[in-house]
Design a protein around this ligand. Structure first.
Ligand code: PHE
Ligand code: FE
Length: 292
């Protein structure tokens, strides 16, 4: 099986100034004092709100990687620490990269991160992932051996999904785990998804708000559930452990699953479905009313 999608003639060429794998130098010395200050502000605010909310594995990662309020991390130092722990590195890219490029990097244990940081007027919200989302949100869990394996498996699965035209289904798995996942540990819900943990508002909403459904993770359910990119989520799916997530995904052959799901309709975003392991039935007030 050829996973080297980059050599495929159909792959889009990298933009000028980028290598053929779309990576660019981070140019750490080009960050201004104001940009480092933005990182520090976001770092302090998230560490305070996450203390009692995030999975302990995330805090262990922050600690082991020495992420801190010392400004935007230098990717080469960060990669050195991360590589020693789980074999992952962090590489800079100019922005959103093509799916095949993204999956190829993940499959090689390289996490692609944006290098720009949001402007001060975007502290609370921005649509495009910046270095705070990519590094603070995603990288701490890459220091966890099991989560690190899941991310690599996802990259390989992503390349494979392209051949079945099944990326939209697989993308939902990424969305509801890597970006917006919850985990139940010692009976309590905790955050682990990067889209949540890099957002002050959603770090509170995902655990405390009455609006969203919180449902036990199920692969088929997740693949049939659309998501919103412009608002807090209507559904959060809850895993029992990273081991369990890895087992349910790595050990399954998704090819028959994609075929099976082709004939099945998507679920409405605000409903509870027969078979759901409902942990909290949401009011869906946010989904129905608010359009930010
Ligand atoms: N098992 C999946 C497949 O057959 C690959 C995969 C593993 C996808 C882990 C996501 C996460 O395609
Ligand atoms: Fe992300």
């Amino acid at each position: 099986m050829n996973f080297n999608a980059l050599s495929a003639p159909s792959a889009s060429p990298a933009p000028p100034g980028a290598a053929t794998d779309w990576t660019v130098p981070q140019e750490w010395s080009a960050y201004t004092a104001a940009e480092h200050a933005t990182w520090n502000l976001l770092f302090d605010r998230q560490m305070a709100v996450l203390a009692e909310r995030v999975t302990p594995a995330f805090l262990r990662g922050v600690d082991a990687l020495q992420l801190s309020r010392q400004g935007v991390p230098d990717f080469s130092e960060l990669s050195e620490r991360l590589h020693a722990l789980t074999g992952w590195t962090v590489v800079a890219v100019p922005g959103i990269v093509p799916d095949a490029v993204f999956f190829e990097h993940l499959s090689q244990r390289r996490f692609v991160a944006g290098r720009f940081i949001r402007r001060p007027d975007q502290i609370d919200y921005l649509q495009e992932p910046d270095v705070f989302h990519d590094v603070f949100g995603h990288v701490p869990l890459l220091a966890d051996p099991v989560f690190a394996d899941y991310m690599q498996a996802y990259g390989l699965g992503g390349l494979r999904s392209l051949r079945f035209g099944a990326l939209p289904k697989l993308a939902r798995l990424y969305w509801y785990t890597v970006e917006f996942g919850l985990i139940r540990e010692a009976g309590a819900l905790h955050l682990y998804g990067a889209g949540i943990v890099s957002s002050y508002g959603e770090s509170v909403f995902a655990l405390d708000d009455a609006s969203p459904h919180r449902i036990g993770f199920d692969l088929r359910r997740v693949m049939r559930t659309p998501y919103r990119i412009d608002a807090y989520q209507g559904n959060y799916f809850v895993i029992d452990s990273f081991e369990d997530l890895l087992r349910q995904t790595l050990d399954a052959d998704f090819a028959p699953l994609y075929a099976e799901l082709e004939d099945q309709p998507d679920f409405e975003i605000d409903i509870i479905v027969a078979g759901d392991r409902v942990i909290h039935r949401g009011t869906q007030a946010h989904t129905r009313v608010r359009v930010p």
